[in-house]
Design a protein around this ligand. Structure first.
Ligand SMILES: C[S@@+](CC[C@H](N)C(=O)[O-])C[C@H]1O[C@@H](n2cnc3c(N)ncnc32)[C@H](O)[C@@H]1O
Length: 207
């Protein structure tokens, strides 16, 4: 079956939240993300592909100093669930939501941190460079994406999942000063580890 991103995610968004199972891998991903972001300071956030608001809630809860937060997703169902997900969070009034895909999104301002969790891995290889350039252009300080990443690309990946060469793509953009890759894994005893096979890619922009 051929993968048409907007059709696929509009359809899947209808019951994404119902089918979502929070497990120890998401817990580890969130823990490493928060630990890493605590090294930086940002007042405003643009979240791309917010889904049902898992990361929205996580950031609002862990960074009460955020003053502005804009979150969007191409799926209206996901956006409605994201609004519900942040109900009762103290600083939720700062969040604005919109329904849009990245490709057609035009913000009216720039944000300190632009973040996309498990979104870029679903962007077609033919579009990824342009999409990342766009995300960088929306930011004043940092761009962060969390996505599936393995050095060796497995042969039988699902049609909607891609491993992109994020570091190279960021490094090719002149406004990027430095890119960090933080693998999401945890040692568990002497020989074993929990490996989510994801990395956080964190890019700093030049002043
Ligand atoms: C795997 S979910 C991740 C949701 C959320 N970021 C999280 O980490 O829980 C991918 C989300 O990206 C959205 N998405 C995929 N491609 C997109 C695009 N081109 N523009 C905006 N949203 C997109 C989907 O609708 C879906 O909600």
């Amino acid at each position: 079956m051929s993968y048409i991103p907007n059709e696929y995610w509009t359809q899947r968004g209808k019951d994404y939240k119902k089918n979502f199972k929070y497990d120890h891998k998401f817990e580890l991903q969130e823990q490493i993300l928060i630990e890493y972001l605590k090294k930086y300071s940002f007042d405003s956030v643009l979240e791309v592909g917010c889904g049902f608001g898992r990361i929205t809630k996580l950031l609002l809860t862990n960074f009460p100093e955020i003053k502005e937060y804009f979150a969007f997703d191409l799926s209206s169902h996901q956006v409605e669930n994201a609004k519900i997900n942040i109900n009762g969070i103290e600083n939720n009034a700062i969040v604005q939501f919109a329904v849009s895909d990245i490709q057609s999104f035009q913000p009216t301002k720039k944000y300190d941190l632009v973040i996309a969790s498990e979104v870029l891995m679903h962007v077609l290889p033919s579009e990824i460079q342009q999409v990342i350039q766009k995300l960088v252009s929306f930011s004043t300080k940092y761009v962060c994406n969390i996505d599936w990443f393995e050095e060796k690309i497995p042969k039988n990946a699902e049609s909607f999942n891609f491993i992109h060469q994020y570091e190279k793509i960021y490094n090719d953009i002149s406004s990027i000063k430095k890119v960090y890759r933080i693998p999401v894994f945890k040692k568990k005893g002497f020989l074993s580890k929990v490996d989510v096979k994801q990395s956080i890619f964190f890019s700093e922009l030049r002043d």
